[in-house]
Design a protein around this ligand. Sequence first.
Ligand code: NOJ
Length: 738
Amino acid sequence: MKILYTFIPCVLFVLCSCTPERNKDRSSVDARIDSLISIMTLDEKVGQLTLYTSDLDVTGAHIRKGYLDDLKAGKVGAIFNAIGADYTRKLQQISVDETRLGIPLLFGYDVVHGYKTIFPIPLGETASWDLTAMELSARISAEEASSVGLHWTFAPMVDVSRDPRWGRIMEGAGEDTYLGTQAAIARVKGFQGDDLAASNTVLACVKHFAAYGAAQAGRDYNTVDISERSLREDYLPPFKAAIDAGVGSIMTSFNEYDGVPATGNRFLLTDILQKEWGFTGFVVTDYTSIMEMVQHGIAADTLSATRLSFDAGVDMDMQSGFFEDKLGILVKEKVVSEESINNAVRKVLKKKYALGLFEDPYRYSNAAREKETLMKPEFLEAARDIARKSIVLLKNNKQTLPLPKSVKRIAVIGPLANSTNDLLGAWSGQGEGKNCISLLAGIQAAGAGTVVYAKGCNINDDSLQYIAESVKVARTADVVVLALGEAAWMSGEAASRANIELPGVQQKLADEIFKTGKPVVVVLMNGRPLAIPDLDKKADAILETWFLGTQAGHAIADVLFGDYNPSGKLPVSFPISVGQVPVYYNQKSTGRPFDATNKYTSKYLDVGNEPLYPFGYGLSYTQFDYGEITLSKHEMATGDTLTVRCVISNVGQMDGKEVVQLYVRDLVGSVTRPVKELIGFQKIMIKAGESKELTFEITAGDLSFYRLDMTYGAEPGNFQVFVGGNSRDTKASAFSLK
Ligand code: NOJ
């Protein structure tokens, strides 16, 4: 039985009686935590810095054998991959009742795009450009996760990535730093809510710090070698924004930065995170990344890996067990001070306190709440709405879409047409295929005409045996809906692809179906941009649906039949060919920008420079017309605000939402600047036949960057400003900053 409760009731009393609601006095919380630390042994302290996976769910290669014995010995402060109100309660009981001090455990899990009700993969959801939707899906995910005993999600993942080969691009917000920053803020707010002590919010963990998305050649875990300028400008802002939004924890990344693995990188974890940004939450490593420092070749043994990571600023060791095994030795050898251990413990205990765990360690492990919370009808409704908002219409020749409900016969063909598991995507928590609406089921439920189905081929093998049958089925139909793409396992962690075309024989299937001459609507399901120039040439319409989650089939059917007018825009460029990668909209000009008439300019011999579909691109069933931009002035001083106005008209037949995007270009700087940079966007509804004037405000802050001397700020000079419905097709004007 715990000592805390029996031998020193006064300490327990002070820790438990001051509920976060009743006592907002930080200094008294600190004093209470300090008094707890003062009675902890070194092993117990290190225990608070130790995180192990349970064997209930597996998200990495190695399980620490005997972690339950460690737990009973008070040597574990946090557990991940333990789920369910009953199971978390059972483990919590061990920690509370069987350890000397009875300090409650923190339960973490990768609740990345839903726990049981699964939302679109984050990349797809970002295509909604709807921050309210992003916040809502995180909010619902927190409701569900907290009802099964979880306190902590390893999300949001905010790694900017310009490389579609990288499987983890599906977990983030795409290629753009500004959009990624807005998404990060929305998601942190959604998970954490206004009050961590509320039993329906969870502690968020922004990851992976830092620059993980810049893995060379898009190969997961690979080396990162980028300039500090790019680190600060392209990769760090979403982390900083998450911290400013109050995120309570941060996870290191597997990669190295500037020759030092992130988990042992003092520049990242101490100089930037703590000294520059003043982060007060705790730093957890990614899975076994302390151990991996030996393989990286930066530490010769366990002891030096432990020292390197702790000295760099890591507070909690996920899964290596190195802190448990070696931190005590380092303290005894006086290489690490006990005071620095106390500091790390303090950060962890503060979060446990903020979550209300000292008040009631079991408040989140409530079987009745779990039962009534998971997959509530309103959660499913929200999942359907967010899913349809995430769909991007890439092509729509001769208004093939929306399909009339009067259509007589629809052939639903393709290896993903009747899939459910795949539609959940990677990192889908406890989502289950049996709860997911397939495309076929969604179309059937829409009740339009006779629906016939053929699989066509498998997702990823060479077998051509089903193609003939599917061609026959296509011939009987008025329209073909062809579901193509990737299996869920083809993106996510350790799921990079060197070839980003359609896997297996899907292109062959598509070519045979196109030959029937029937109108073909391709529904893409995938976790990354795919190179699909042939589909783009031959399909009548293409819908990018990512992996939309539990309600995928209904959401896609809503769009197919025009019950929802698509409004998504790509958060990442789609290359024509993998050879163009990285291809992203905010590139630099180079000294020899492309010029078709001049051989000696920056280009390929066999493919253009432009992507197939640019960042920010997406069609609607209606058409939007952009008027010329007007500016409140053409010269602004540093303290001024410049107003940009643009009238957007819906000149089509249907009401629709448009994502209006604002970009700038700094023409001459002390360092070169991108040809376009997103600095604002608004998603607005415009009724058919109506026009709306939109205003954006620009300040010097929006024009700031890391200058030659690495100070941050704007530089006087000339700028172009662009407004448009994607990063390529824009209206432009100009101004100068004095
Ligand atoms: C490794 C992944 O990189 C990370 O994102 C995840 O949170 C942990 N495993 C825990 O599952």
